[in-house]
Ligand binder design. Structure first.
Ligand SMILES: [Zn+2]
Length: 272
């Protein structure tokens, strides 16, 4: 049974009366590429979702056991299951979602990188692979916050053609940002990367634990060292226009256990 069906018209006391009815998830209509927050009224073991493990932790404000995950961008719409084992499973309907396509023009060296940088690109790929394999304890708590105070520009999930050639998917959300704009931590986490990379330019990665990472790209100045534990809202860096860009902006990405999610939906998500 779906959430909508058993919440309709039911008084709150009835909703939490049985273990099954203590289950909630948000957003109410998750879609391919969306984050998904599961929660239960009572202590909950780790569960299986999309072939990965969701860990539950007590939210200090709502006192509910919450687990944050993502719906893979390539996931087929329809019913998917959160499996807690021992016969406890919960159905979630993933709604269809339409992503746009777009064309961009960038310097040719970012579409066909010169041979001289192939070693660098390979080295940076190895660093990213290692970083994103980290599985630490949960560091985040409560709602996430936007990395800048500025407006969003290019959305997540757009299929992009660079210079009429390379196709890729935009795996983050862009924010307008003149060079030097303060870039803030979206949540509590540890700095795993603060360095210049070929495509990302000035690049910061925060580890929020449980395989959840936020990524900040095209930066001009780093303001936190690798290894530092930062709070939500800490200024991490200044924005810039480094790496594969068409102009100054902040690219903000969110990854959960290898799945990129739509950051705007995460920022709007109520943690409870
Ligand atoms: Zn971007």
């Amino acid at each position: 049974m779906l959430r909508r069906a058993f919440l309709a018209g039911a008084p709150l006391a009835a909703q939490i009366a049985s273990p099954e009815e203590s289950f909630r998830f948000g957003p109410s209509a998750p879609f391919p590429g969306s984050p998904i927050l599961f929660s239960f009224a009572e202590k909950t073991p780790a569960g299986g979702w999309m072939g990965r493990t969701v860990t539950f932790g007590l939210d200090p404000v709502s006192k509910r056991w919450v687990g944050l995950a993502a719906v893979g961008l390539d996931t087929k719409p329809g019913v998917h299951v959160l499996d807690l084992g021992e016969g406890r499973s919960y159905k979630v309907r993933v709604a269809p979602h339409l992503y746009r396509t777009g064309r961009l023009t960038v310097p040719p060296k970012f579409v066909t990188p010169p041979k001289s940088v192939s070693e660098r690109i390979a080295r940076e790929q190895a660093i990213k692979k290692k970083v994103f394999a980290a599985r630490s304890e949960r560091l985040w708590a409560g709602a996430f916050g936007a990395p800048t105070d500025t407006a969003q520009s290019s959305p997540f999930g757009t299929r992009r053609t660079y210079n009429g050639k390379t196709q890729s998917t935009h795996q983050g959300l862009d924010f307008r940002a003149v060079i030097g704009t303060a870039v803030r931590a979206a949540g509590r986490g540890r700095v795993l990367v603060a360095e210049e990379m070929y495509y990302e330019g000035g690049f910061v990665v925060l580890d929020h634990g449980e395989g959840l990472f936020t990524l900040y790209m095209h930066l001009s100045k780093f303001l936190v060292p690798v290894g530092e534990l930062v709070e939500k809202g800490t200024v991490l860096a200044e924005s810039g226009s480094s790496g594969r860009v068409t102009g100054p902006h902040l690219h903000f990405g969110v990854q959960w256990q290898g799945l990129y999610m739509e950051p705007g939906t995460l920022l709007a998500l109520k943690i409870a």
